[in-house]
Design a protein around this ligand. Structure first.
Ligand SMILES: [Zn+2]
Length: 348
């Protein structure tokens, strides 16, 4: 094995990514070296690609980016016991510490010392990735490698959607990006009665129908949500809201259409602070829960169980590129008319 590899690097503090030769990561005794087979492009990668304000404040340069991947274990450190060379794997991209109160209590997803693969630790848009054994998710040998590459965002969707009991409930999801669409499919599978997905992008709402066929799609630019609600027999409001857009109008509309005592889980990250009518939150006795990442590792357990019991995420993948053609993939992502876009690292 050569000691150099190809990787997509945020090499300069400006728009773009650069395919460069970098050293293959060395693994510590508790780490696993993963040969990357497929990766998927995330919204986070687009922030870093475009070099927006968030990226400028959070990502050191140079940095190998990317955190959604499936691969094969190529080597293991001397203390690694649970993971074997040759196993098919993906991994949790949040690397946690063991000092904070939450980490010590086993609430790893709430550890304030978390570092992110491809954000402030070397990432997965590369031929090899080093990852702590603790973060490695072994998969069955016949597990589709492209589905492995989209488990990170599916985990966000599962974590958010299962924040509250959905059985027999009416669910509003605001934001039809990939995670919102996946959440609609999860809500259907988890036993929700009505699921409504809103966005202002018709392409996304149409695409969502292929993954969440029972969900009612509403373009809030040209449809009145309250009219849609009365048409589908929803009199008192939504029991559960899943906010996936981070957009002010979507969140404030959600407050307007929730039932008294309803529950909201919010994953969408607002780009900047926005005004909220908290009088409605209080007056309706709503519960609001912020959601970050995936629970380690219960979300992963649930995700694998949902996939095993028939949740089909394969239609989420709309485009495939050789990793060497990454620029085409990022240009396409900028159109916002895609599901998940895969890059093949065996074609570099
Ligand atoms: Zn992601």
């Amino acid at each position: 094995m050569s000691d150099m590899m190809k990787a997509l690097v945020k090499a300069h503090p400006e728009k773009g990514l650069w395919l460069q030769d970098v050293p293959v990561p060395e693994i510590a005794p508790n780490e696993v070296l993963i040969k990357i087979e497929r990766t998927a492009i995330c919204g986070t990668d687009m922030h870093i690609y475009k070099w927006d304000e968030w990226a400028q404040n959070n990502v050191p340069v140079p940095m190998v980016v990317g955190h959604e991947y499936g691969g094969i274990v190529a080597a293991v450190g001397s203390t690694v016991k649970r993971v074997k060379v040759g196993e098919r794997v993906t991994g949790e991209g949040h690397v946690v510490g063991n000092r904070s109160r939450n980490a010590r209590a086993g609430r790893f997803h709430l550890d304030p010392d978390t570092k992110g693969i491809g954000v402030n630790l070397p990432g997965a848009f590369a031929q090899y990735l080093a990852l702590p054994e603790f973060n490695v998710i072994p998969l069955p040998d016949d597990f589709p490698i492209e589905i492995a590459a989209i488990m990170d965002p599916l985990g966000n969707a599962v974590h958010t959607a299962l924040s509250f009991n959905l059985v027999g409930e009416d669910v509003l999801i605001t934001g039809a990006g990939p995670i919102g669409i996946m959440a609609a499919a999860v809500a259907e599978k988890a036993g929700a009665r009505r699921v409504v997905l809103t966005d202002i992008n018709d392409w996304r709402l149409n695409f969502a129908k292929t993954i969440a066929p029972r969900t009612v799609m509403v373009n809030t630019r040209d449809q009145d949500l309250k009219q849609v609600m009365s048409k589908i027999g929803l009199r008192e409001g939504f029991d559960v809201g899943l906010e996936m857009s981070g957009a002010e109008p979507a969140f404030n509309q959600m407050l307007n259409v929730m039932i008294m005592g309803g529950n909201i889980a919010m994953l969408g990250l607002p780009a900047r602070p926005f005004p909220v009518d908290f009088g409605k939150l209080v007056g309706k006795a709503l519960t609001l829960k912020g959601v970050y990442g995936r629970e380690m590792y219960d979300t992963w357990y649930k995700m694998l169980a949902l996939l095993d019991s028939g949740l089909d995420m394969s239609p989420m993948i709309t485009h495939h590129f050789a990793a060497r053609d990454f620029q085409e993939a990022f240009d396409l992502m900028e159109t916002a008319k895609t599901g998940k876009v895969i890059m093949d690292w065996t074609q570099i």
